[in-house]
Design a binder for this molecule. Structure first.
Ligand SMILES: [Zn+2]
Length: 409
């Protein structure tokens, strides 16, 4: 039996593993990450799975099919959080998947395929600034040189893995073979307001929007805030303000585009000094790659022209980009049937947020089920779902899993 109450209790239990007193922050390879992993490993074993940590720090539980060693349907989500996070983003998908396997195990039922539940160790990228380390390692697309990336204290990913008791040289063993994974399906809170507005507990995701991330450095001339006349200044922060306006203007050119400057640092950062240097980030997303790439090009041209006009040096780094990740038609059709069987109207919608499926798509076809969240709020401690919706989501996932047939043909 699926227990919505237990799902929510377990989300609460994981939320207590936090470095932020009174809130939730749990980053990759932290002591809190270790404690959360221990809890999840225990729940997986209780649900009849063989459970372990892989070499990149993903929690992996396996429930064998009718005979050992069959290819698997992979279910999962991530166990790391953003800073001052909500307690459902990521965790709900892992805990719901465990709940589904537990229900299967309670019936002593085996399927014609294995189920693997994965709690990815790093999706958000808070600690090292590189997202989806866990799922990229499983897909075999994580370049080992990424392990030399440092956190703000100078620790590399490889060092942090070792300190966690893992062996970074075993990274290649994390990789799954295509023949061993039939599909990947993830349950996740919507993180947006569409399902709530339409009065629906769940929705079937059509595609995960692509994104581009830039880091822009503007170098002007620092100077005395009292003595340098306005017309002789090369103020990097005023130039940045104009650039941020240009980012917004370009994103507003299409209803499908969104763009955000989420981080900015001005140096030297004193009340009486003209800012000489500014570094800011740009994040652009869209459901169509061509649209996103043309927006990024326009943003870059605008930054160049603003810097030129103000006689300021600029540098634009392409940090990361990922193309649109469409969900597979044959999996969406199976999810649709599971939603209908629960008596819920089928609603399909795209995902504006990035998810591990983007990285896993090179390994297997992907599907996602969204669960309604209150006010569409996420990446925020006010993130909230109801027990009814948690139950509906898990029951749909259970039906999908139980009836899953693994061939697209
Ligand atoms: Zn998430």
């Amino acid at each position: 039996m699926i227990s919505a109450e237990r799902i929510l209790q377990r989300c609460d239990a994981l939320a207590r593993h936090s470095e932020l007193p009174g809130g939730l922050t749990r980053v990759f390879l932290s002591p809190e990450n270790r404690a959360a992993n221990e809890a999840v490993l225990g729940w997986m074993r209780e649900a009849g799975m063989a459970a372990r940590l892989d070499a990149i720090g993903n929690v992996v539980g396996r429930y064998e099919g009718e005979r050992p060693g069959l290819p698997c349907l992979m279910l999962g989500s991530h166990l790391d959080t953003v800073r001052d996070a909500g307690r459902y983003d990521g965790m709900l998908g892992v805990i719901s998947a465990i709940e589904c396997v537990d229900a299967l195990n309670a019936q002593k039922k085996r399927l014609p395929f294995a189920i693997e539940v994965v709690g990815f160790g790093d999706e958000e990228g808070v600690r090292f600034g590189t997202t989806m380390l866990g799922s990229r390692a499983v897909a075999g697309t994580l370049d080992p040189s990424v392990l030399e990336t440092r956190d703000s204290s100078g620790t590399t990913i490889a060092q942090a893995l070792r300190a966690f008791g893992l062996a970074p040289e075993k990274l290649p063993e994390v990789r799954k073979e295509k023949r061993d994974v039939l599909a990947y399906a993830e349950l996740h809170i919507e993180q947006g307001p569409v399902l709530e507005a339409e009065g629906l507990p769940v929705g079937v995701v059509t595609a995960i929007n692509g994104f581009s991330r830039l880091r822009v450095t503007l170098s002007g001339v620092a100077g005395h805030a009292g003595t340098v006349p306005m017309h002789l200044r090369h103020d990097a922060l005023v130039a940045a303000a104009e650039c941020i306006g240009a980012v917004e203007k370009n994103a507003r050119s299409s209803s499908e585009l969104v763009a955000t400057v989420g981080r900015i640092e001005a140096s030297p950062g004193a009340i009486n000094v003209i800012p000489g240097k500014v570094v800011f980030t740009v994040d652009v997303r869209a459901p169509r790659d061509a649209l996103r790439l043309s927006c990024v090009e326009r943003v870059k041209r605008d930054i160049e022209s603003i810097a030129g006009k103000r006689e300021i040096q600029f540098e634009i780094e392409d940090l990361q980009q990922l193309g649109v990740a469409p969900c597979a038609d044959w999996l969406m059709a199976q999810l649709d049937r599971a939603v209908s069987a629960e008596g819920i109207k089928v609603r399909r919608l795209p995902s504006g947020a990035g998810h591990d499926g983007m990285a896993l798509r090179s390994l297997a076809d992907i599907a996602m089920l969204f669960v309604r969240c209150k006010g569409g709020i996420s990446h925020n401690p006010a993130e909230s779902i109801t027990a009814e919706d948690a139950g509906a989501g898990a029951r749909v996932l259970f039906r999908f899993m139980e009836k899953f047939h693994g061939l697209s043909a």
